[in-house]
Design a binder for this molecule. Structure first.
Ligand SMILES: CC(=O)SCCNC(=O)CCNC(=O)[C@H](O)C(C)(C)COP(=O)(O)OP(=O)(O)OC[C@H]1O[C@@H](n2cnc3c(N)ncnc32)[C@H](O)[C@@H]1OP(=O)(O)O
Ligand SMILES: O=CC(=O)O
Ligand SMILES: [Mg+2]
Length: 530
């Protein structure tokens, strides 16, 4: 394996293609290493804190709104005003930092494009480094691609760029700082910020981020301190960065106010990350039979606990002057099969109608063909106004019990649901190991967050002795039989399904619960040379 020391104490363990060398400059690498040296200790402390909190939950403590931060919730403060190009966020398209998709997303007519190193990206070294090259070229508007069919170039009017770095739990093992893998969050953030912050400001925009998978306000404080340090080091005013935080864990739902408060000079809003949120409900309460969820298809946005969380998010944001951004409906259209669209388009429209009626200021879509669908719905509600922050939603009263009561009325676990979880998890993991982080499976968008639900449910059902609607206990033996049958249906695929099976078995059948499937999967990705 190639190994190169770029600056004192920093080793790159991987290929460095000529275009990547323009990103991995000594100054940029030193900048990232500086952030890592200053903040990685706190990152580890916060990750250890997550483990302690989990132990407390397993000992019977349920989360609640914090007593020690009551003053933050009860005092008057607002987040910084939105910059001009984040004022109207009615439709945001998301997608991995892949060149063709990035150009398509920027040209899609959406107001914002979230370029994703996270749920939608398999973090092979090539994907991560190409992603940084693509972002640099997108910022400078030189991004271009020629294929046999088409030349891809930016239109005059493009979406505002927002970047989602990987979460605090992930390492980037191709880069060692003083012998230790660099934090993937600091790597993705630091390189993008170093190369593009000044250029973005000069072009009238700014370095904008989405922050994933936060579990509490101390993790937001860490991001805020990273932002201050990064801006100081490049000589940019504090507050130049704007961050939208995904509320996608049950614990963060109890600290929305505090998270916004910590980041108030940099905060641009909160987003309801529904898929990781459902995963988090399963993960955090995994040992409790009273928290067992039914088939994931039945856990819709209209079930009471999802309504409680999303309504509280809108109320919290608007009270503090922040944008409330909705989430991702998983239905994706097809350019080949109109029958798929007959299902997908009305489902997405219904989802966006609910969000816009609830007071969200904008929403996410997974595919360019869904931009007009979401735009039409939000246009109807917003008209010429850029947002609806004046809808304070003071009618919303959400208690801890509302957030925690995950009973799904009429919910059942079916054999079809078990099979779907198995097949989706196998196909998704195999694609991920092959370098693809967002995949259309059974006409739904699947990414790291949705796949986490699939595999976590299998573990939860077995561990808690859950029963199917026809009365059968869900056991390891039942899983193994259905897994073999689902694997047989996928025979003939070129994907590494056998490796995916081994990984899924480990996740589903182990005594303990693996916190993120992407951690063991990353080890396999590295072993495959990814
Ligand atoms: C839980 C969460 O975190 S949600 C956020 C993270 N997840 C995502 O961002 C998923 C984003 N969406 C996608 O990755 C894709 O839409 C998929 C994988 C679901 C489907 O992709 P495909 O099967 O390629 O879709 P399809 O074949 O219909 O694509 C048609 C065209 O639209 C483009 N396209 C599809 N989705 C996107 C997108 N999100 N952004 C930009 N372009 C896109 C394709 O590149 C293709 O372009 P081309 O005609 O120039 O070749
Ligand atoms: O990141 C978004 C989610 O739904 O998870
Ligand atoms: Mg997510």
């Amino acid at each position: 394996m190639n190994s190169e020391r770029i600056v004192e104490g920093v080793e790159i363990r991987g290929e460095i293609r000529p275009a990547w060398r323009e990103i991995l400059t000594p100054d940029a690498v030193a900048f990232v290493a500086g952030l890592h040296r200053d903040f990685n200790g706190r990152r580890h402390e916060l990750l250890a804190r997550r483990v302690r909190v989990q132990a407390e939950i397993e000992a019977g403590r349920l989360p609640d709104f914090l007593e020690e931060t009551r003053a933050v919730r009860e005092s008057a403060w607002r987040v910084a005003p939105a910059p001009a190009d984040l004022e109207d966020r009615r439709v945001e398209i998301t997608g991995p930092v892949e060149r063709r998709m990035m150009i398509n997303a920027l040209n899609s007519g959406a107001k914002v494009f979230m370029a994703d190193f996270e749920d939608a990206l398999s973090p092979t070294w090539a994907n991560v480094m190409d992603g940084q090259v693509n972002l640099r070229d997108a910022v400078r508007r030189t991004i271009r691609l020629e294929t046999a069919q088409k030349v891809y170039e930016l239109k005059d009017e493009t979406a505002t760029l927002v970047v989602r770095p990987r979460g605090w739990h992930l390492p980037e093992k191709h880069v060692l700082v003083d012998g230790e893998p660099v934090s993937a969050s600091l790597f993705d953030f630091g390189l993008y910020f170093f190369h593009n912050a000044r250029e973005l400001v000069a072009r009238g925009s700014g370095p904008y981020f989405y922050l994933p998978k936060l579990e509490n306000h101390l993790e937001a404080r860490l991001w805020n301190d990273v932002f201050d340090a990064a801006q100081d080091r490049l000589g940019l005013p504090r507050g130049t960065i704007r961050a939208t935080v995904l509320i996608e864990t049950i614990l963060a739902a109890f600290e929305m106010e505090e998270i916004l408060y910590e980041l108030r000079h940099h905060a641009a809003g909160l987003n309801a990350g529904r898929w990781d949120y459902i995963f988090s409900m399963i993960k955090k309460f995994r040992t409790r039979p009273d928290f067992v969820l039914p088939d994931r298809a039945q856990v819709t946005m209209t079930v009471p606990f999802m309504r409680a969380y999303t309504e509280l998010l809108v109320r919290t944001c608007h009270r503090r002057g922040a944008h409330a951004i909705g989430g991702m409906a998983a239905f994706i259209p097809s350019r080949k099969d109109p029958k798929v669209n007959e299902v997908a388009i009305p489902k997405v429209r219904e989802d966006k109608e609910r969000e816009s009626a609830d007071g969200f200021d904008g929403t996410w879509v997974a595919h360019p063909d869904l931009v007009p669908v979401a735009k039409e719905v939000f246009d109807r509600v917003l008209g010429e106004r850029p947002h609806q922050k004046d809808r304070l939603r003071e009618d919303v009263q959400v208690s801890a019990r509302d957030l925690l009561d995950d009973h799904v009325p009429g919910g059942t676990i079916t054999e079809g649901g078990i099979r779907n979880n198995i097949s989706v998890a196998l196909q998704y993991i195999a694609n991920w190991l092959d370098g693809l982080g967002a995949v259309a499976i059974f006409n739904l968008m699947e990414d790291a967050a949705t796949a986490e639900i699939a595999r976590a449910q299998l573990w939860q059902w077995i561990r808690n002795g859950a029963r199917t609607d026809d009365g059968r206990e869900i056991t390891a033996a039942l899983y193994e039989r259905l897994r073999d049958e689902e694997l047989a249906r996928l025979a003939g695929s070129d994907l590494p399904l056998e490796e995916a099976r081994a990984l899924l078995d480990g996740l589903v059948l182990s005594e303990g619960f693996e916190d993120f499937l992407t951690l063991p999967a990353y080890e396999r990705l590295l072993a495959r040379g990814g």
